[in-house]
Design a protein around this ligand. Structure first.
Ligand code: ZN
Ligand code: ZN
Length: 109
């Protein structure tokens, strides 16, 4: 996993329900825009990825697949200094997306 400089922090997170994107603005001016359905598929918990795979980055292809589900009620909480915990419409909230992981998964690359 590529690491990001310690000094880079997340400035804000926007769940755009209309566009179905999850947008992160970073302090180094980089912005990531994830499709919500792709991000749901990328949930890093053991239940979604399996124990062996949960520490690996997902295949970037998952962010380019057509969305199967519209997500209307995604809640975002800060999980300490680690990253973000997302609660999805289906109630699933076991995955913590670390800052490093979010940054490394950015679909712009
Ligand atoms: Zn999960
Ligand atoms: Zn990016």
């Amino acid at each position: 996993m590529s690491s990001m400089p310690e000094t880079v922090t997340c400035l804000r997170v926007i769940v755009n329900r209309e566009r179905q994107t999850f947008d992160i603005q970073w302090s180094d001016n980089h912005a990531c825009s994830f499709p919500l359905d792709g991000l749901r598929r990328a949930c890093p918990c053991a239940g979604c990825q399996g124990h062996e795979k949960m520490h690996e980055l997902p295949d970037p292809e998952i962010f380019h697949l057509p969305a199967l589900v519209r997500w209307e009620n995604v809640k975002v909480e800060v999980a300490g200094s680690v990253g973000l915990r997302l609660t999805w419409d289906d109630g699933h909230n076991s995955g913590i997306f670390t800052w490093e992981r979010l940054r490394a998964m950015c679909p712009c690359r």
